[in-house]
Design a protein around this ligand. Structure first.
Ligand code: NAP
Length: 205
């Protein structure tokens, strides 16, 4: 599978690139700066290009930029993305002295991203810590949701190569609000227990 990672120069994008390269996928790391993409890509042993060039010809694009840039980046890249399925991994978080909170927005970031692109959008991977992913295939499950069957299937396929647990279908894109909120839960758990926590869903056949 040819996977474009928009913002693939970042912490999560680099970890994704490592795992997908190991799994045999063709990875293109994207950046706002083509030179930075090329430099990071050569360190990772994958391809690198400007974000718009990276997404062209991809089977799936992962939107792995900083959360506060996800919506504007998706909008700017809408023409280049076209109808290529887009996997949104971002979660908006609010930091306070009492801990991390999910965003107050009533709709998930992924649903708002879906408003600005023609591409089908899936959301997922929120519970995978970059630190775990960069080291080995984490012994965790990965949750993915989406309304478009093909986009969700591709995202599940990709997720299944990242973890040694299972890639699980968490339902429609509306579930992204819960998955994005789970990021805040995990960050708080990590802070409290000084860990890089992940998720395992039990009771499945
Ligand atoms: N870190 C984790 O463990 C983790 C886990 C699950 C999900 N996520 C999600 O993954 C996403 C990336 O997280 P991260 O920790 O990798 O973040 P990061 O390292 O801070 O940033 C990722 C990339 O975003 C791009 N970027 C930054 N500001 C931008 C802007 N204004 N416009 C366009 N691109 C911009 C940068 O790429 P260039 O400067 O090269 O363009 C940067 O390398 C977030 O949305 C986060 O919620 C993270």
């Amino acid at each position: 599978m040819r996977v474009a990672i928009v913002g693939g120069t970042g912490t999560f994008g680099r970890a994704l690139a490592i795992r997908l390269r190991e799994a045999g996928d063709e990875v293109v790391v994207g950046s706002r700066d083509a030179a930075r993409a090329a430099e990071r890509a050569s360190q990772l042993g994958v391809a690198g290009d400007a974000n718009d060039a990276a997404v062209r010809g991809a089977d799936i694009a992962v939107l792995a930029v900083q959360a506060d840039a996800a919506l504007s980046t998706a909008g700017e890249l809408a023409a280049a993305i076209g109808t290529t399925p887009l996997l949104c991994v971002a979660a908006e978080l609010e930091f306070s002295k009492d801990g991390v909170r999910p965003s107050h927005e009533s709709r998930s970031l992924a649903e708002r991203v879906a408003d600005v692109v023609a591409a089908p959008v899936a959301a997922g991977l929120h519970t995978l810590a970059a630190a775990n992913l960069a080291a080995v295939q984490p012994d965790e499950d990965a949750l993915v949701c989406g309304d478009d069957a093909r986009a969700k299937e591709l995202a599940l396929e990709l997720a299944g190569r990242l973890v040694s647990g299972r890639a699980l279908d968490a339902g429609p894109l509306a579930s992204a609000r819960a998955l994005e909120g789970l990021t805040a839960v995990i960050v708080n758990v990590n802070k409290r227990y000084r860990a890089h926590a992940g998720v395992r869903v039990t009771g499945l056949p």
